[in-house]
Write a protein that binds this ligand. Structure first.
Ligand code: NAD
Length: 319
């Protein structure tokens, strides 16, 4: 990776991934792609180059890739699960028509492409416990349908045209820097904001609903180390299961209460989020990622909770 383009650099993952890549590869080698209305701000804007990069306009993506001599694209443009259900046509245009444009540009310019999939690519008849790497993927949300298509289209470009496409299936991601963009697992971030602000948390997900989650530093590590991995070892491409922790609302609540004993939570279940959550895996088997590119997470629920509370407290104190 010499010159990297992060499309969707101002989102929850993109904002942190851009910083991490700039640390590793140099500020001027990582271009922050954004759309009008979601411009980079503060340190993200100041620390390196940025350019408008809308995946719906393929010609424009090609111009950006040529101008900055891009060889690696992290394509993070998407509508997340809950938002996508309310705007399915737009979700498809960004997630699939947009991906097609990115893959075409990559084919013409010899770029490697990372386009994340999700636990949302699984459906109600997928085995929920230790969900295998290769299994039934029949999701019933537009988000899930677009994620399965993302995986297939990315594999197609690899096998047909030799484009170096790779991806992981991210679980729900927990971070303190940029708020989540409207997904089913957002509650696992929101609960920390309530705990730090000493407010009662209203949980939209039912007690006992288990979902895979991951702390952002592990997610960034997964995205970068997969793209750095030796291609000769990769049997799979799009996309690898990656896992580090799996919990239900009462488990994360109990974990936070170990450190903030006065914290309170009540349930106020959102039927749309609950239905999506129930169709997703309880826990994933990520042995293929461990074998093929040495995936190894650093944070379990206890380490994540401690770090998240500390960092969020510092962040909110300065706002
Ligand atoms: P986000 O909603 O926070 O960010 C998405 C970014 O895409 C934003 O910066 C937005 O401005 C940009 N965007 C929207 N339309 C665009 C367009 N037409 N062209 C270019 N950019 C456009 O999402 P995120 O949480 O950062 O997720 C990034 C990717 O990771 C998505 O594919 C998402 O499905 C996947 N993922 C995220 C999670 C999670 O918990 N955050 C979990 C699993 C998978």
């Amino acid at each position: 990776m010499n010159n990297i383009l992060v499309i969707g650099s101002t989102g929850q993952i993109g904002s942190e991934l851009t910083f991490e890549l700039r640390k590793r590869y140099g500020n001027n080698h990582v271009l922050a792609g954004y759309i009008i209305g979601a411009e980079p701000k503060g340190k993200l804007a100041e620390s390196g180059p940025s350019a408008v990069t809308d995946v719906i306009d393929g010609t424009h993506v090609a111009e950006v890739v040529k101008e900055y001599k891009i060889d690696t694209i992290y394509n993070l443009a998407a509508l997340l699960s809950v938002v996508a259900e309310t705007r399915p046509r737009l979700a498809w245009r960004i997630g699939i028509d947009g991906l097609w444009n990115v893959l075409e540009v990559a084919r013409e310019n010899g770029c490697a492409v990372f386009t994340p999939s999700s636990i949302g690519s699984f459906g109600p008849n997928t085995p929920h416990d230790h969900t295998p790497q290769d299994t039934i993927q029949r999701p019933r949300t537009i988000y899930g349908v677009s994620k399965v298509t993302t995986e297939l289209l990315s594999d197609y470009y690899h096998y047909k045209y030799g484009v170096d496409t790779r991806a992981v299936r991210f679980p729900g991601l927990i971070s303190y820097l940029t708020p989540p963009g409207g997904g089913t697992t957002d509650y696992a971030v929101d609960i920390f904001y309530s705990a730090v602000r000493k407010q009662t948390f209203s949980c939209p997900i039912k007690e006992g609903t288990q979902m895979d989650m991951m702390y952002m530093p592990d997610a960034l590590h997964a995205a970068i180390s997969l793209m750095e991995a030796d291609p000769a070892r990769l049997i799979h491409r799009n996309a690898f299961n990656v896992a580090s922790m799996s919990f239900a609302p009462e488990t994360i609540y109990a974990e936070i209460r170990k450190l903030r004993p006065d914290f309170k939570m009540e349930y106020n279940v959102d039927p749309l989020k609950q239905a999506i959550a129930e169709s997703w895996p309880d826990s994933m088997d990520d042995s293929a990622a461990r074998t093929e590119w040495d995936w190894q997470p650093q944070y379990d629920i206890t380490a994540m909770t401690r770090d998240m509370l500390d960092k969020l407290e510092q962040k909110l104190a300065t706002e």
